[in-house]
Design a protein around this ligand. Structure first.
Ligand SMILES: NC(=O)c1ccc[n+]([C@@H]2O[C@H](COP(=O)([O-])OP(=O)(O)OC[C@H]3O[C@@H](n4cnc5c(N)ncnc54)[C@H](O)[C@@H]3O)[C@@H](O)[C@H]2O)c1
Length: 446
């Protein structure tokens, strides 16, 4: 059955959710306070890079099922199901999450809701937020007790956002057990096609649903930092972390995925989510349970410094006056997201030490320039590497994996490459006379 819904916040999460819900046959209104973003989406243009999303967006705008607005009044009039997908960034100077955007959605929407409605939160929030927001919503709305707020955390991965929204591993729905419980039936209606495919829907209380999301991110961050800690040990012992990961990864209890040593995690989710998780645990008296996450964070940040050191060593001990070519700026491939990107952070640190840095990313140059306008930006890998004393590969785009070392040999000043993602064919680079350094891999293969 077709459901009329509004989606508040049309960033990576919200724009994808809105377009995918229309793809499932629902009538969807995307709402954002950013007029430019709304104009772009309404014109069928996704303001960020996400494979497959432009096609779904355009198809559903054309069919009339998907529209965009900046008007909360229009949204309240149009829909009785509302999704919240606005940002929950790290608060400046603190670990805790900044909840002003989610609160603002509640405060603006609540007075406009006159009749029964269901609100689903999708943003990642600290445990306890949903209960508080539900009370705030009912207090501020003429519809009062006819409103139900549920939490439906989002697990999509940038780069696979469409696939993950339409065919997720699982869905989680936290419902307020003090309310009537319509949220579950509404959710089952909205996600009927997905549920019919056999995707599990786990229905739980609000707190557990909020915790599932932060626990999942904490686990993933821990797995990455675990292998990066092993990389540090491998470097000290002259062992090879890639082989180690393969070998332990065969154990089904461990698994090989997310066990790639490298410059670590970044982006708009993992770093801020583990910090917000620690902050919230402190507030509710469970801080000891999560002190290990501080070490996870430390290991992750240490990788960035380590790669800067490796670059310094490669150019003879001082970066002053050196020319560095950096391949990759996005925090991961198939995305143009540079929020807390290890690649850009490393590029910035190297520049601060006096080197001339030129960056190339297949999709993220523009976003990077907005944050780091003083770095040089190139239109191709070859251009970024021109005259370089050392090349750093910091995002594992396919384009870089497939780089032909000989195509760069004539353009660089020295044939030196640091593979910050262990994604290159090291034997091939070495065979062609390059000095290759990876993360936690042996310096000499011969
Ligand atoms: N990006 C991901 O891969 C991902 C995955 C899972 C969960 N999440 C979570 O989803 C949430 C959103 O993340 P994102 O990456 O989409 O952020 P984003 O910054 O790309 O998008 C947030 C959007 O909300 C809009 N906004 C802010 N205040 C608003 C308001 N009062 N009303 C309407 N719109 C408003 C902003 O203009 C922006 O377009 C976060 O909590 C994040 O942790 C993100």
């Amino acid at each position: 059955m077709t459901v009329r819904m509004a989606v508040f916040g049309t960033g990576y999460l919200g724009a994808t959710h809105a377009a995918c819900m229309a793809e499932l046959g629902h009538e969807v209104l995307g709402v954002d306070v950013d007029g430019e973003k709304i104009a772009s989406l309404a014109a069928g243009k996704v303001p960020f890079y996400e494979p497959g999303l432009p096609e779904i967006l355009q198809r559903n705008i054309k069919s009339g099922r998907l529209r965009f607005t900046t008007s909360y009044e229009e949204a309240a009039e149009f829909a009785d199901v509302h999704f919240i997908g606005v940002g929950t960034p790290q608060r400046k100077g603190e670990f805790a999450a900044d909840l002003t955007y989610v609160e603002s959605v509640i405060d603006t929407l609540a007075p406009l809701l006159k009749d029964a409605a269901t609100i689903f939160g999708k943003s990642t929030v600290p445990v306890g937020t949903a209960k508080r927001l539900g009370e705030r919503l009912r207090r501020k709305s003429p519809a009062g007790d006819a409103l139900e707020l549920a939490w439906n955390p989002e697990f999509l991965r940038e780069g696979y956002a469409v696939q993950d929204t339409l065919h997720p591993d699982r869905m989680v729905l936290g419902i307020d057990d003090t309310r009537s419980g319509v949220a579950e039936s509404v959710a089952r209606e909205i996600y009927a096609q997905i549920i019919d495919e056999g995707v599990p829907l786990l229905v739980t209380d609000l707190a557990t649903a909020e915790l599932v999301k932060t626990a999942a991110n904490a686990f993933l961050a821990t797995k990455i930092s675990f292998i990066n800690a092993m990389a540090e040990v491998c470097e000290a012992a002259d062992a090879d972390v890639t082989v180690l990961a393969d070998a332990i990864g065969y154990d089904a209890r461990i698994g090989r995925r997310f066990l790639n040593a490298g410059v670590g995690f970044g982006g708009g989710c993992l770093p801020k989510d583990i910090r917000a998780f620690m902050a919230r645990a402190g507030e509710i008296g469970a801080d000891e349970a999560l002190t290990f996450l501080r070490e996870v964070d430390n290991i992750n940040m240490r990788r960035r410094t380590r790669v800067v050191e490796m670059a310094r060593e490669a150019v003879g001990g001082s970066l002053l006056g050196a020319r560095i070519g950096i391949l990759g700026a996005a925090f991961k491939p198939d995305s143009d997201d540079v929020r807390d990107s290890p690649a850009l952070n490393i590029a910035g640190q190297i520049q601060l030490q006096g080197a001339s840095v030129t960056v190339y990313d297949p999709k993220a140059n523009e976003n990077s320039r907005a944050i780091f306008p003083t770095l040089g930006y190139a239109k191709s890998a070859e251009e970024a590497c021109a005259g370089a004393d050392v090349i750093l590969v910091l995002t594992e785009w396919d384009e870089f994996r497939k780089l032909e070392p000989s195509s760069l040999a004539h353009t660089v000043r020295q044939k030196k490459v640091i593979d910050g993602r262990n994604c290159l064919d090291s034997a091939r680079w070495r065979d062609l006379g390059w000095e290759y350094r990876g993360i936690g891999v042996r310096v000499h293969s011969d």
